[in-house]
Design a protein around this ligand. Structure first.
Ligand SMILES: O=C(O)c1[nH]c(=O)[nH]c(=O)c1Cl
Length: 299
């Protein structure tokens, strides 16, 4: 069975070396680091910190610029390999359109994912939290882009926001999937001994991943699965074993991404988590993911 697991954008996907390690792994797919028009150094370090409950990051979109990933996508062997997703996070709508047009012209089999949810650019609000702006961006993209694509969403925390966001996304038939969730933005981790924050950018504010975000990720998966008929939801957030992967699929996820855990464990996480998921399914008498996908019981 092709693994339902792959990397969360941002982890093990910035360089060709990273991407080739992902391609050689047992993951079922791979996605690139969100790219911008020009290469970016990203925010000053330290900008990533691991805690017993997960991670906090304020990377600031370090990437080699979209042409680097376009070049990788051109050379990628789509026949014998896994689906290649390209994450795009331009600094402006104009940048996003330029990048997407460049991929569109090459008509490559890779799948574009528009990142609406980078929380770490000082002074730049997340599109995912400005739904009129998000709708406008999707309208401009769909004026010319005629192939299936996806979006990376921030976590939402209010039922009215699930409703409002879904109303926007349901306007776009070519928007075939949403990935829920990006990191929970602007958390603050404190080192008691040093009496200090642990990352440099934004006076310590950064996106949270890992155990911190699992219940929020699961809620976003389940709520968007309910509200986006005909679309798919990729689950991301808090996956560190077969159990959390099972939870995401039970909540309705088609596939599941691994971020903080992949950062710490490396590609062996894909083998381990896939095996744990297989064992859990066997113990429950499930043969395939669709036996339990979206079948979370309520009380
Ligand atoms: O700071 C980052 O590069 C970053 N970090 C995240 O946690 N999510 C994102 O979408 C991005 Cl683009």
């Amino acid at each position: 069975m092709t693994s339902p697991l792959y990397n969360a954008s941002g982890v093990m996907c910035r360089s060709v070396e990273d991407l080739e390690a992902m391609r050689a792994s047992s993951s079922g797919a791979l996605i690139t680091k969100s790219c911008t028009l020009e290469p970016r150094e990203g925010n000053p370090e330290p900008r990533y910190f691991v805690t017993p409950l997960g991670s906090i990051n304020s990377m600031g979109l370090p990437n080699y610029g979209y042409q680097y990933y376009l070049d990788y996508a051109e050379k990628y062997d789509y026949a014998n390999n896994k689906p290649l997703f390209i994450s795009i996070s331009g600094m402006s709508l104009a940048d996003n359109l330029t990048i997407i047009k460049a991929f569109h012209e090459r008509a490559l089999p890779c799948i574009l994912e528009v990142n609406l949810s980078c929380p770490n650019l000082p002074g730049k609000p997340q599109l995912g939290y400005d739904l009129p702006a998000a709708q406008h961006a999707l309208e401009k993209i769909c004026e010319f882009y005629d192939r299936p694509f996806g979006v990376k969403l921030p976590p939402y925390f209010d039922v009215s926001h699930f409703d409002q966001a879904a109303e926007v996304f349901n306007k776009f038939d070519l928007l075939k999937y949403v990935t829920c969730i990006n990191s929970v933005g602007n958390g603050l981790v404190i080192d008691v001994d040093a009496e200090s924050v642990v990352i440099k950018p934004k006076d310590g504010l950064g996106g949270l991943g890992g155990d911190y975000v699992l219940p929020t990720a699961l809620a976003n998966v389940r709520e968007f699965v309910r509200r986006l008929p005909g679309k798919q939801v990729v689950g991301c957030g808090g996956v560190k074993s077969g159990r959390e992967a099972f939870m995401h699929i039970l909540a309705g996820a088609t596939a599941v991404q691994v971020g903080s855990c992949l950062y710490e464990e490396g590609v062996g996480a894909f083998d381990r988590i896939a095996q744990e998921l297989k064992d859990l399914m066997a113990a429950k008498g499930y043969q395939k993911l669709s036996d339990f996908r979206g079948k979370l019981k309520t009380l």
